[in-house]
Ligand binder design. Structure first.
Ligand code: ADP
Length: 271
């Protein structure tokens, strides 16, 4: 184990103590989508009736080509997009009827969204903790632990605007974890990152799932990411879920790799 991974492992031990809950929280299905559809005001049918369940402590990947409806789907779960029809529950709460209850239980890491580029990484994280009702001293302690977990100690006092894209991604992830949510949504968490930064984020997410029982729902284009992070995946095309299962169960003699599975189920798009 390298010294940075030892530091991260110790930080995670302390965070698990702070979270004060069993590794797999007793919330049954973390995510339920029941025939969810979204048509935007301009008439675009982004999601056309998606149903799926994600168990607590599971990691689920939503794969699909550009424009398939992945971000809209995860936006509904994160209470950012109101579905046109159907219902969705997160941690047992209806996303439309109880958005505040949902937001208290989720972290949402998106590309650069909500990042005030003039704040430092620490300021941003402490603010996020305060918004979730943490006392200042607790927010500072937790921010330091999370910075150690994702390897941000060296840049904690730098302005976010001065950081590289990969480091900003880690700031955003760490900020989304300030209230130690049992469920985390990630929209393309490692897009455009170099292999080392990508691996560091995968390691953090895997640890959060395995040791803290965090449920992960992520969108991705990256087959390696889906394969190494996700217990199950769902492939979305033209706003519909075309297939779901474990990466292994979806492979066959005709489609021996996840990429082949993906291409097989989305070939209408490519044709
Ligand atoms: P993905 O994340 O798979 O790329 P999105 O959910 O972002 O897909 O988009 C699905 C479809 O909805 C696309 O055709 C996109 O252009 C459209 N769309 C997304 N957001 C909006 C919006 N706010 N208004 C109108 N159309 C949108």
């Amino acid at each position: 184990m390298t010294s940075s991974s030892t530091t991260a492992a110790r930080a995670l031990d302390e965070l698990i103590g702070l979270a004060g809950r069993p590794a797999t929280p007793d919330i049954g299905d973390a995510v339920v989508l029941d025939d969810v559809a979204k048509t935007y005001p301009d008439g675009t049918e982004a999601v056309r009736g998606i149903s799926l369940r994600v168990a607590a402590g599971e990691s689920f990947g939503i794969l699909g080509p550009n424009g398939a409806g992945k971000s809209t789907t995860i936006g509904v779960l994160g209470t950012l997009v109101k579905p046109t029809s159907g219902r969705a529950w997160v941690a047992g709460h209806d996303v439309v009827a109880k958005p505040i209850e949902v937001r208290r239980r989720i972290g949402f890491a998106m590309q650069d969204v909500g990042v005030d580029a003039f704040a430092t990484a620490s300021e941003l994280m402490v603010l996020q903790g305060r918004l979730h009702g943490l006392r200042k001293a607790d927010a500072v302690t937790r921010a330091q632990l999370l910075q150690r977990l994702v390897g941000l100690e060296q840049v904690a006092d730098k302005r976010v605007s001065a950081l590289s894209g990969g480091t900003r991604r880690r700031v955003d992830l760490a900020a989304s974890l300030m209230h130690l949510p049992p469920i985390v949504f990630l929209d393309e968490p490692t897009e455009g990152l170099d292999p080392r930064s990508r691996g560091a984020i995968w390691e953090t997410l895997t640890e959060l799932r395995d040791r803290l029982g965090v449920t992960l729902v992520l969108t991705t284009h990256d087959m390696d990411e889906a394969e190494s992070l996700c217990d199950r995946i769902g492939i979305v095309d033209h706003g519909a879920l075309v297939v779901e299962g474990t990466p292994e169960s979806l492979k066959s003699t005709a489609t021996p790799t996840l990429e082949a599975v993906y291409l097989h189920h989305t070939e209408r798009q490519a044709a």
